[in-house]
Design a protein around this ligand. Structure first.
Ligand code: ADP
Ligand code: MG
Length: 423
């Protein structure tokens, strides 16, 4: 017989729904309410643990009875569950045996926890006063286990939500932290890059000043202004000039690339003749060409004028012509061209040197790229020349391209928009 009247039982039913999980994830509130309705010395609820995804799980934080911590309750062991949803059992019942809760004068009421026809747990009441549970007990127990089934599922679900929410929060925090670290590192790299560029710009500038004296004074010596030189002296002074020029080229490249990367490169246009530009570049590079007996030929009809940044264009042709000299064997030829084509100015540097395999045409304009050849090994160089050249041409709104094949010379073509201005 239940401890209380049916009316009182009806008052307790709604209280089951107010059960919360305690801090251990326990549902002691349920046991406490069952204790108000039924006579029992022990009570057990077993249900499938959704987190471990194991089909066995024991649950009881109300009883002090020492029992198996897990119960092999699984769909595969359905034989342990009788066909009825609720029944009275004795110590021979397989569930009672499995639970090892047999005792003298013990009687048991077993009820299944079912949701949508699926058994997911059992509820067991144990009394050791020699009294049997009654049909009335069973009828109320049936309603209780029905309510408890929903309460447990609901708690489980909210628990799963909590776990998912936590995982989501952890994930977001982790992502935010990673993002913060990347951002900080990125800022450090940018800062370091800025410092490096400033350093390079300063150092290259300081290096250029003494180098200009080396070049200037060796030229004065070479011209014989202060007395004729012996042929050996001439040879040495020549070597000083050539090495100085190469060094100047490299320093200029480092200076230019750091300016480009610092986005400090601005163009200032003026009107000048291509002839003047080519002549000056050829004059500067004449000692390098002479060393290999390479002829530099200006190959265009018209007296071209363009409106561009003179110094930058000088740098462009200095780079292209010095490459042409570097990658052309002795006695070679370099042609400097210029023509008008449909409102564009096409300037070109052609050589009959070692050429470039078309598969590298896209690569050579990238920073530090140097193709493997006897020529790149022989002379120290930066691999920056074409990168700078491309940048300078693009600053003018133009494009640079290459036509070349291995052993068949190279032509670098600069295609500039015609810009009117200047006198
Ligand atoms: N006229 C050319 N003939 C053959 N190869 C060239 C020529 N110009 C450039 N290259 C190739 O492109 C590479 C990149 O050129 P560049 O950026 O000026 O670097 P660097 O002259 O310092 O080697 C060179 O190392 C070379 O392999
Ligand atoms: Mg170069």
């Amino acid at each position: 017989m239940p401890k209380i009247s049916n009316n009182e039982v009806l008052n307790i039913f709604p209280l089951f729904f107010e059960t919360n999980l305690n801090e251990k994830g326990g549902i002691s509130g349920i046991f406490e309410k069952l204790g108000k309705i039924f006579e029992f010395t022990e009570v057990f609820i077993y249900y499938v643990n959704p987190e471990s995804l194991q089909l066995k799980y024991s649950f009881n934080d109300y009883s002090n009875y020492s029992i198996n911590s897990t119960f092999p309750f699984s769909t595969r062991q359905k034989k342990l569950i009788y066909s009825e949803d609720n029944y009275i059992a004795d110590e021979n019942n397989p569930i009672i045996k499995t639970l090892k809760i047999q005792g003298k004068d013990c009687n048991y009421a077993i009820s299944k926890l079912i949701i949508r026809q699926t058994v997911f747990g059992i509820l067991v009441l144990v009394r050791n006063d020699g009294q049997l549970y009654t049909d009335e007990d069973l009828a109320i127990l049936k309603t209780c286990s029905c309510i408890i089934s929903y309460v447990i599922k609901d708690l489980e679900l909210s628990n799963v939500f909590k776990i998912q929410l936590k995982a989501l929060k952890d994930g977001i925090i982790e992502k935010n932290n990673a993002y913060k670290t990347i951002k900080e590192q990125n800022e450090k790299i940018l800062e370091a890059d800025k410092v490096k560029n400033e350093f390079l710009a300063n150092v290259s500038h300081e290096l250029r000043t003494p180098l200009n004296s080396i070049l200037g004074f060796s030229e004065i010596l070479q011209n014989g202004m202060y007395g004729e030189l012996s042929s050996k002296q001439k040879e040495f002074v020549d070597e000083i000039r050539v090495s100085g020029l190469r060094l100047l080229g490299m320093i200029n490249e480092i200076l230019d690339i750091s300016k480009i990367e610092a986005k400090a490169m601005k163009i200032s246009r003026s009107r000048f003749s291509i002839d003047m530009l080519y002549t000056e570049v050829c004059n500067v590079l004449a000692p390098l060409a002479a060393k290999k007996n390479i002829r530099m030929i200006k190959d265009f009809d018209e007296d071209f004028e363009i409106y561009a940044d003179y110094q930058k264009m000088q740098q462009v042709f200095y780079n292209l012509v010095s490459n042409a000299i570097k990658f052309t064997p002795e006695n070679g030829e370099i042609l400097l061209g210029a023509e008008n084509k449909k409102n564009r100015v096409i300037l070109s540097v052609h050589d009959n040197g070692i050429g470039i395999d078309p598969k590298y045409h896209g690569k050579i304009f990238a920073k530090f790229v140097q193709l493997d050849s006897a020529y790149t090994k022989k002379e120290a160089s930066t691999g920056l020349g074409l990168t700078i050249t491309k940048e300078l041409v693009e600053l003018h709104g133009g494009k640079i391209s290459v036509k070349s094949e291995v052993n068949n010379g190279s032509t670098f073509i600069i295609d500039l928009p015609v810009i009117t201005g200047g006198q």
